[in-house]
Design a protein around this ligand. Structure first.
Ligand code: MLT
Length: 355
């Protein structure tokens, strides 16, 4: 029995093994998975008859056309697919999957020019990034990383670790997509007021989400003691957080508490000017900064920002939970299979550029 792969999404819910027993097969494709993928997602692809080749491909090999031996590639953020890699890939490559949200490591315009759809998994990691963002905010305000370092040094610095509450403070969210809305909902439950800067947000969404929408990012900075970044990195947002804007932050909340100013970024490195961030920590403009993402990743251990006591960071782990990775893998496997079968995936990020 032969069956169209376009029905696979629904049928996997039933029982793939049962279908295989009945003799179901799909046209076999060769899929490179270069930055890892959840085991179940790899099995999903393999059980549908595809060959999955796991492992990194060097920058040099990519540039030499290594992808011409594949029908599809699934990457996370480590593998970079610039225009020259896509141009060297020949005619066989027919879909690029980004197991995650951000596609800044893929030249989606060059892919579209080559007729290759780029699909991502925009919903799968939302909750995990929301939770990490809240973790960073709370860790900053209650000095958790600094307290831990001090304890390990044999100190018992109760007075130095006096923090502030989130309740009663204004949280500014730059970008107001799924993740920011999730952060906003939790922050509101903790008693924060939400302010948003997102030039693409319909005002009615801001109203429904009970957030004050700023037309100018500067007024967001001048109204918020706490700011969390949730936009994409592009020409418009590169170094959007700079010295001038940090200097606008009020340092005192509406409830009269001198809570200082705090920044969290779990979106993309490069949106914050890291030199300006460090200077603001050094001169007291900022009381804390917490980053999951950096302009250069991996960030070198010698980076001056990492030495500042009021900075703490994580190594780009927003989507690194068991739950998110299972969902990301499954979503991207289904998307890849759909495209390989001639279907159109609703998470194609370059659909507007494809002919
Ligand atoms: C994403 O864009 O999905 C996240 O930053 C996680 C990742 O890059 O793996």
């Amino acid at each position: 029995m032969r069956m169209s792969v376009s029905n696979i999404g629904a049928l996997f819910e039933l029982d793939l093994r049962f279908m295989t027993l009945l003799g179901w097969t799909a046209d076999m494709a060769r899929i490179a998975v270069t930055d890892g993928m959840a085991k179940d997602a790899v099995s999903l692809l393999e059980q549908s008859g595809h060959e999955v080749v796991l492992g990194t491909i060097s920058k040099g090999d990519l540039a030499q056309g290594a992808l011409s031996e594949f029908d599809a590639i699934v990457v996370r953020s480590a593998t970079k697919l610039p225009a020259e890699v896509i141009a060297a890939s020949g005619d066989r490559l027919s879909v690029i999957g980004r197991a995650g949200v951000g596609v800044d490591n893929i030249d989606i315009v060059a892919a579209a020019k080559a007729g290759i759809p780029v699909v991502n998994a925009p919903r799968a990691s939302t909750q995990s990034v929301v939770e990490l963002t809240m973790g960073h905010l709370l860790a900053s305000l209650r000095h958790i990383p600094r307290s831990d370092r001090s304890l390990r040094d044999g100190q018992w610095e109760k007075k130095a670790m006096k923090g502030t509450e989130l309740s009663g403070k204004n949280l500014g969210l730059i970008g107001f997509g799924r993740i920011a809305q999730g952060v906003g909902a939790i922050a509101q439950a903790l008693g924060m007021s939400i302010h948003t800067y997102d030039p693409y947000l319909p005002p009615k969404v801001a109203k429904i989400q009970n957030t004050t929408l700023h037309k100018n990012v500067d007024t967001l900075f001048s109204n918020c003691t706490h700011i969390s970044i949730h936009c994409n990195l592009n020409d418009e947002t590169h170094h959007l957080v700079n010295a001038e804007r940090l200097a606008l932050m009020p340092g005192r909340s509406n409830d009269g508490i001198a809570c200082g100013n705090h920044i969290v970024n779990c979106a993309r490195g490069g949106i914050i000017d890291e030199d300006a961030l460090l200077a603001a920590l050094e001169d007291g403009t900022l009381s804390s900064a917490a980053l999951d993402v950096f302009e250069i990743e991996p960030v070198p251990a010698s980076a001056p920002l990492l030495q500042h006591p009021h900075f703490h960071g994580t190594p780009h782990i927003g989507a690194a939970t068991m739950e998110a990775q299972a969902r990301v893998g499954r979503d991207i496997a289904l998307a890849i299979m759909k495209v390989l079968d001639g279907g159109v995936c609703d998470t194609t990020v370059n659909s507007h550029l494809l002919g």
